[in-house]
Design a protein around this ligand. Structure first.
Ligand code: UTP
Length: 463
């Protein structure tokens, strides 16, 4: 791409009208080459940037030391519902499950789906939620998740509000996709789409905001923690209040194995009167790249794997298990009043700085595709509100049953890997219910037929 232009073009173009802030003046270096529309867009984009904040974030020290301190003093969550709770303590499990169904039936539960990420690792040219992942049906991630909601909603004979966070990168296509597919059976009146904010990427050396084109800034979504501000801006909390929603089930768009609104999870959460509950899987390999849920002084924290030194990651307890082993799978249940309180406090979530490869336009107006990381992106993470939660609860689940996110184009967490995991899981449901299958046959069980193994067994047991 070049900023060079013909003389006649330049004559039509407006002069630079203003420099919104001296800090971003360099973003107007191609202004003379832009048409009116491009010029106005650029001015609007620049005016929306808080340069003081960007400068401070660029200058801020890495938070790795804090992560290290945390890891040294951290232990496993004390209130941890184990994976075998249903067989070890069936009465307690049943009580929780019934409490969860009751909350659902009474219409006290809503759903948050975060789908604003750019999905850069997957490299799919549409929002990740549109990726066709069903091993037999080819259904998209959006469809598989929405169908679970429809099934739960039918079983509990209630309406469940569905709050979908999108971003500048995903909004238009996502809304169109839902419309095109008749909302996958959801009632459109129960679905609210709202956009998260953007943050500009900056050059790693100079701290200058990067440009994606001569007329636009290199913005990217501000992280899943942008949820709080986005919910406030879109007045989602008013809707939550009007509908008297007390609990919000949070999940991410890339994990088709997630148990949407798992009644037992909801039940344990509300019986424990937790502000936040989190599902985890057991980390067995010290090198696994997964964030860890830990407890310090009765509060939950997430330590990112990048902040955990290898020797601490490899420490084992007397039973031989990893000392820090609760892998975060980004499935939470929030009390809605807690989430609202967090959203009212602008400082409740810090920004994290991460080094990324970001294409940019150089001083000659040429688009550069950097081979190495050249930029810092700034993101907020929703799990940073965890330390503020009272009576936090964790529930361990079996990885193969509930966690297989679509992240990469190839290898681990690739489409093939995810499809294979879905087939294995659903085949296991069939086998547990007494059915035999040909091993090479792909199996996929729709949410309308069963929500999990126990549900499948109850409904489709082979006599
Ligand atoms: P990831 O952090 O895995 O990011 O998001 P991603 O966009 O899917 O993929 P990469 O890192 O660019 O390859 C986990 C979840 O958080 C959402 C994503 O849509 C996904 O559901 N997310 C992430 C947002 O909603 N907004 C963001 O700014 C970032």
């Amino acid at each position: 791409m070049s900023a060079q232009s013909s003389v006649s073009d330049q004559q039509k173009r407006p002069a630079v009208k203003s420099t919104p802030t001296a800090a971003g003046g360099y973003l107007l270096q191609f202004a003379q080459t832009l048409n009116d529309e491009q010029h106005d867009c650029l001015i609007k984009e620049i005016a929306g940037i808080d340069f003081d904040r960007i400068t401070a974030l660029f200058a801020a020290k890495d938070v790795k030391d804090a992560g290290l301190k945390l890891a040294n003093s951290a232990g496993a969550p004390t209130k941890l519902i184990p994976t075998d709770i249903a067989t070890k303590n069936p009465a307690e499990f049943k009580r929780a499950e019934e409490a969860g169904w009751k909350a659902l039936r009474e219409g006290r539960v809503g759903i948050i789906l975060v789908a604003g990420g750019e999905g850069t690792r997957l490299g799919f040219p549409h929002p990740k939620g549109q990726f066709p992942i069903g091993p037999v049906s080819n259904k998209s991630l959006f469809q598989l998740l929405a169908e679970q909601t429809v099934a739960i909603s039918q079983r509990s004979r209630t309406r469940i509000p569905y709050y979908v966070m999108t971003s500048e990168a995903t909004h238009v296509e996502t809304v169109a996709f839902f419309e095109q597919h008749q909302y996958f059976g959801l009632d459109p009146a129960d679905v609210r789409f709202f956009r998260q904010g953007n943050m500009p990427a900056v050059d790693q050396k100079s701290g200058r905001v990067l440009m994606a084109a001569t007329h636009s800034v290199a913005f990217s979504p501000d992280g899943h923690g942008g949820l709080l501000e986005a919910m406030s801006n879109a007045r989602i909390f008013d809707d939550i209040q009007d509908r008297e929603i007390e609990y919000l089930f949070y999940h991410q768009v890339d994990n088709p194995l997630v148990r949407v609104c798992d009644p037992a999870f909801i039940g344990f959460h509300l019986l424990n009167r937790s502000d936040v509950s989190t599902k985890v899987v057991r980390k067995e390999d010290p090198n696994e790249k997964v964030g860890l849920l830990v407890e310090v002084n009765g509060r939950h924290h997430i330590i990112e794997y990048t902040d955990l030194p290898p020797d601490l990651a490899a420490q084992r307890d007397p039973t031989g298990e990893l000392r820090l082993r609760c892998g975060n799978i980004a499935v939470h249940l929030f009390r809605s009043d807690f989430l609202k309180r967090m959203a009212e406090d602008e400082e409740s979530l810090p920004y994290h700085r991460s080094s990324k490869s970001v294409p940019y336009v150089d001083d000659l107006g040429e688009l550069v595709q950097p081979a190495e990381n050249n930029a810092f992106k700034f993101e907020r993470f929703i799990f940073d509100i965890l330390p503020q939660a009272e009576r936090p609860l964790a529930m361990e689940v079996v990885r193969e049953q509930e966690f297989m996110p679509l992240k990469n184009r190839e290898g681990l967490f690739s489409p093939d890997h995810v499809r294979q995991a879905m087939c294995q899981l659903h085949t296991s449901w069939l086998k547990q219910a007494g059915w035999t299958t040909a091993d090479e046959l792909p199996i996929e069980i729709p949410a309308a037929a069963a929500l999990d193994a126990a549900d499948f067994l109850a409904r489709h047991h082979r006599r």
